[in-house]
Ligand binder design. Structure first.
Ligand code: 5GP
Length: 179
């Protein structure tokens, strides 16, 4: 199949049905784990986590609020851990249960910085829910409390993930092999 620009569509790694089935399982676990929580605050890391966050939250039965966070890395990539905030949270998280929702954990630098910041701001609890994990690429340890899928070290696009802002709208996760 080809896209609008007649380039081959990224090869499917995880199809849309498999993603949705896994999200329903994750939502059921989150519902159980936070059954006693006043109100969970789900924080999406822009922009890659948006599709995942929206689909996940639609399945939750517990009370939940939604907020977003956006980071940018200094220089080329996040290696070295120099991450700055481009868009901060609107909600206060002091004393609240926070679930950080991320598209993919790669080296772990970005997430470690965000998780440390959320704890510093006095959240009652901070857990991480990630759709994808490239464990072989990890440089700093980041425990993932809720994980969609482990994948090999390939560059993936779709379901929120981009290459140069393209492909986010694919309903599946595909492998981007270059143009
Ligand atoms: P980390 O700080 O863990 O190295 O970087 C995580 C971020 O790198 C993700 O949120 C995502 O923006 C980007 N990233 C890492 N691997 C991939 C990939 O395979 N595809 C895409 N589209 N982005 C990736």
């Amino acid at each position: 199949m080809t896209d609008q620009n007649s380039k081959p569509s990224p090869r499917t790694l995880i199809d849309a049905e498999t993603i949705q089935a896994r999200i329903r399982e994750l939502a059921a676990r989150i519902d159980r784990d936070y059954a006693a929580s006043d109100c969970l605050i789900a924080i999406g890391v822009l922009k890659g986590s948006v599709f995942f966050l929206v689909d996940l939250l639609k399945h939750l039965q517990i009370p939940v609020k939604m907020d977003f966070f956006q980071t940018a890395s200094y220089g080329s990539g996040s290696v070295g851990g120099e991450v700055r905030i481009r868009k901060d949270l609107d909600l206060s998280i002091r004393g609240r249960d926070v679930l950080l929702i991320e598209d993919i954990v790669d080296t772990g630098y970005t997430l470690r910085t965000i998780l440390d910041l959320l704890r510093f701001r006095g959240a009652k609890s901070v857990k991480l829910c990630a759709l994808l994990d490239k464990a072989s690429r990890r440089e700093v340890e980041v425990p993932i409390d809720y994980l969609g899928f482990s994948i090999e070290d390939v560059f993936v696009v779709g379901y929120g993930l981009d290459y140069d802002e393209r492909y986010r709208n694919l309903p599946y996760i595909g492998v981007y092999d270059g143009e």
